[in-house]
Design a protein around this ligand. Structure first.
Ligand SMILES: O=C(O)CCC(=O)C(=O)O
Ligand SMILES: [Fe+2]
Length: 277
């Protein structure tokens, strides 16, 4: 019997199945059922998975933090920031001292009187509604709404090399004890009917920066369950993550763990493909 070769058609078919959300075991089984030898099927699967991983790590054309030269501190035009952690898949960078204490307090003071129960996007319509997966309260600033917003937005643009115009307005969230945000992706699911109207305002989200405005007494980490990473919410620090495609292979599933004592305040900046309006 001659050895079977991995054909481009087989690779394309595997990629399609995986992108449609089929589990690897099921893909392997269907390949075997249609006559592929197990070893060939496995090696084809592995090679497609590896190329999907490479694609998921790509930072081409994305907001990105330039860490070349193994820098430990990033010198931005108006502030020097510590690099505390960096990871490739998911692409995550944790920063120390991104905001000053005064900037954190200033955002909290401006946002406090404008909080309302947080809503999440409804896939069918593109509207939003209250959802038990998200028990925080929140508000959005307009882009450039105050001098403080403007200063922070300019710092973020310098950090990630992405224009201020492509960012959504800052969102501030407050979590009280017990409040949490269950794991989710920040990109919009393009297959949902409501996606069209959301994507019309600047395209996909490509990256997120969550800034911690206080340090809760206990709990409230930002978790990345795909890789078992937990980022402690420390006042002034921030976590950045990016996702080249609206695809779980980016491993950017993340959530806000329940706050156990005290409150948790964060500001989130989402970066879009194009100008956001
Ligand atoms: O509160 C957190 O740690 C995460 C917030 C978040 O995921 C979001 O605002 O999309
Ligand atoms: Fe999120």
């Amino acid at each position: 019997m001659t050895a079977q070769a991995i054909t481009p058609e087989l690779r394309a078919w595997i990629q399609e199945q995986l992108e449609a959300g089929c589990r690897t075991e099921d893909v392997l089984q269907s390949m075997q059922a249609s006559g592929w030898e197990r070893a060939v099927a496995l090696s084809a699967l592995h090679s497609v998975l590896a190329s999907l991983d490479t694609a998921a790590q790509s930072e081409d054309g994305l907001p990105r933090i330039a860490l070349e030269g193994a820098v430990n501190r990033l010198v931005l035009p108006d502030r020097t920031v510590d690099v505390l952690l960096s990871m490739t898949l998911p692409r995550v960078v944790v920063l120390g001292g991104f905001l000053s204490d005064e900037e954190c307090d200033g955002l909290v003071a401006l946002a406090a009187s404008r909080l309302a129960r947080s809503e999440t996007v409804v896939g069918d319509t593109g509207g939003s509604e209250v959802n038990s997966a998200r028990t925080s309260e929140g508000m959005f600033f307009e882009r450039g709404e105050t001098e403080l917003c403007e200063r922070i937005e300019a710092r973020i643009a310098a950090l990630v090399g992405w224009p201020v115009s492509h960012g959504e307005g800052l969102q501030v969230l407050r979590y009280q004890p017990g409040a949490q945000y269950l794991p989710h992706h920040d990109y919009f699911d393009p297959s949902q009917p409501g996606a069209t109207s959301i994507l019309a305002r600047g395209g996909q989200r490509l990256a997120t920066l969550v800034m911690y405005l206080n340090t809760p007494e206990a709990g409230g980490a930002t978790t990345f369950p795909d890789v078992g990473l937990e980022v402690a919410p420390i006042k002034g620090n921030a976590v950045f993550f990016s996702y080249p495609r609206p695809d779980a292979a980016t491993r950017t599933l993340h959530g806000g763990a329940p706050v156990q004592a005290g409150e948790k305040w964060v500001a989130t900046k989402w970066l879009r493909q194009r100008e956001f309006r």
